[in-house]
Ligand binder design. Sequence first.
Ligand code: MTE
Ligand code: MO
Length: 258
Amino acid sequence: MNSIDSRRRRNFLVRTLGATGALLLAGCNRLSQTEWFPKVLGVGEQASDAAAHLVTSRKSMAQEFTEADRSPQFRANGTANPNSAEYQALAARAFADWRLTVGGLVEKPASFSLAELRALPARTQITRHDCVEGWSAIAKWKGARLAPLLDAVQPKPQARFAVFYCADPMAEDGTDLYYESIDMEDARHPQTILAYEINDAALPIANGAPIRLRVERQLGYKHAKYVMRIDLVDSFAGIAGGNGGYWEDQGYQWFAGI
Ligand SMILES: Nc1nc2c(c(=O)[nH]1)N[C@H]1C(S)=C(S)[C@@H](COP(=O)(O)O)O[C@H]1N2
Ligand SMILES: [Mo]
C-alpha cells in the first residue's frame, strides 16, 4: 500500500468512525499501516462490503513478505486432526486416494488427485495470516491457483460463490462439517490458492493436509483446511445454517477482508 492510499483510507475511516474512531485510529496508526487493522475493523465495526470497496480495491494484492520475515513457527488453530474415519483412512495412505471434487454450477464437474493439483499452475507467496482470536503469523505458501482450476470446470454464469467443504466434523457426533465460502472475485484473485506446501514442506495435517485454501485478503477463519469438495452456488440457501460458513453460522461476518 503506498502512502497516498494509506492516507486516503485513514481519512475515510476517520470520517466513517467519527471522533471516537479517530482517537482510536490515532492510537493505532502503526497497526493501520500493516493492513491487519483494516481487516479486523471489517469484523468489529460491521463495515459493509461497499465501505470495504471504497477503502481498498478488491482487486488489490495482499501484502507479501520476504523469507526473513517468516515467523519461526506457524501454529495450528481450530481442528488439528479431523475426527473422521474417512479422513483418517485417507491420511493413513498419505492421501494417495484423496480426490478434490468440484461441482455445482459448472459445465464440466471434475475431480482432481493431489498429483493433478500439483501439475496445475502454481503460485508461491509469503503472507501474513491474521486470526480473530488475536494472533498473526507469516509463512510461505505454495499451491494451485484457483482461477485456472475454475477455468477447467467452466463456471455457469449464475455461479456467484465457491463453497469449500472440509473433512473435519465440528460436532462430537461427527456431524456439522467445517465449511467456508468466498465470492467469484476472491476465487479468481491471483493470490487465491489451494495450498499443498507451507515453508517448502508438504502441508502437515495440523495445517490442513492435503490442501487448504489461502485467500490472502481475508481473516483466518476463511482459510478452509482439509478441503474435500468445492461447489459453485448462487446462494447459501439450504447449506448448513445458510450464512456461508461454519463461523458465519455462529455470527461471524461473511466478508472478513479488505
Ligand atoms: N477445516 C477447518 N478449517 C479451518 C479451521 C478449522 O477448524 N477447520 N479453523 C480456521 C481458523 S479460525 C484459522 S485461524 C485457520 C488456522 O489455520 P492453521 O491451523 O493452519 O493455523 O484455519 C481456519 N480454517
Ligand atoms: Mo482463526
